[in-house]
Design a binder for this molecule. Structure first.
Ligand code: GLU
Length: 339
């Protein structure tokens, strides 16, 4: 009896997702159509190699915790993950060193400053959070391995678990950033001065630049975000990408610090843990439901993809995804349901 009741409720759930899925795909198609002519913003050029990107590229992907992927636009072209990598490297550092130790090195306070500000918390001397560059460099320096090669391989293997295929570092972007990334070098030295990072600065910076120069596409990002929505399990391959104990830490810093100095307004208006990168990607994680990814390299003055912000805002409104939206009432936590 209990068994048949469960089956019945499973059937209701699957009907629900079938009825939602086509409307989700149509909605993504409409959003793509609506915003593809929006030409506001500019591509990042402070890393010279990034300025060569085609500014018209635009894609939207949603991966559900059931492993379904909805996609529209240029979802195949590869680009470097940049700052979105900070989310995943933070997870690996937490696994390697534990929450308590990581907290002694990197805080969890939003800064309200630009991602590349050369600042540390005045009292603790820690970088403010792992989503700004200083904190991300300190995070990457915590990744374990007996030498640089092993650390890079562990990082690449982490990406493989999240994405479901092997990834590689774009050497041109890596060397471009390595030869021009003097602000990041300055931050690393400041942290060395205060003992927030250990001796091998150039090695830590190289690993950070490599982590940022890993090539992904929009679909990959959606699946990575969906793994965070799915207790750390890649919903397409079923592989555990990160220990589920650390999901709440990762999502908390994404929520409060993930969107550069737009993080507060993003939390207020869109209300989903998210992270953007200067190559034009944005990921957003709806816990227990889905990962959203948008790629469009035209950035606003804070470094967020212009079309990406618009698309996420509309998705959040349409499906009632804001974490604290109880008036709309659509934060439905039943299995498979996201409507
Ligand atoms: N690699 C870039 C940097 O450190 C990442 C910045 C970003 O995407 O926000 O400047």
């Amino acid at each position: 009896m209990v068994h048949s009741e469960n089956r019945e409720s499973e059937n209701i759930e699957s009907k629900k997702i079938e009825s939602v899925a086509p409307s989700l795909q149509l909605f993504l198609d409409d959003l793509h159509c609506k915003y593809k002519s929006l030409g506001d913003g500019a591509v990042a050029n402070y890393i010279p190699e990034l300025s060569k990107v085609n500014p018209d590229l635009f894609s939207i992907c949603v991966a559900t915790v059931d492993g379904e992927v909805y996609q529209v636009g240029d979802f195949n072209p590869l680009f470097t993950i940049q700052s979105i990598s900070k989310v995943f490297a933070y997870g690996l550092a937490l696994e390697d060193c534990g929450r308590d130790y990581v907290l002694t090195r990197i805080g969890v306070e939003p800064t309200g400053d630009a991602f590349n500000a050369i600042i540390l918390d005045e009292q603790s001397k820690r970088p403010y959070n792992p989503m700004v560059n200083a904190g991300a460099i300190a995070t990457t320096s915590l990744i374990k391995g007996k030498n640089a090669t092993e650390r890079l391989n562990r990082l690449l293997d982490m990406y493989r678990r999240y994405i479901g295929r092997d990834v590689f570092v774009d050497i041109s972007v890596f060397t471009s950033e390595r030869s021009t990334g003097h602000r990041n070098r300055a931050m690393a030295h400041l942290m060395l001065n205060f003992g927030m990072i250990d001796g091998h600065i150039e090695e830590a910076l190289d690993l950070y630049f490599q982590q940022c120069a890993v090539m992904v596409n929009c679909r990959d990002l959606a699946v990575m975000a969906a793994a965070l929505a799915n207790k750390g399990v890649n919903p397409v391959t079923g592989e555990q990408a990160v220990d589920s104990r650390y999901i709440k830490d990762i999502l908390s810093v994404m929520y409060t610090c993930g969107m550069y100095n737009f993080a507060g307004e993003w939390a207020y208006k869109i209300g989903i843990p998210a992270k953007s990168g200067v190559s034009g990607g944005i990921i957003a994680v709806v816990p227990g439901k889905m990962g959203i990814a948008v790629f469009s390299p035209l950035l606003d003055s804070r470094g967020n993809s212009v079309r990406g912000v618009k698309v996420c805002e509309e998705l959040s409104q349409k499906f009632g995804l804001h974490m604290f939206d109880c008036a709309g009432g659509s934060l439905n936590l039943t299995k498979n349901g996201f409507n």
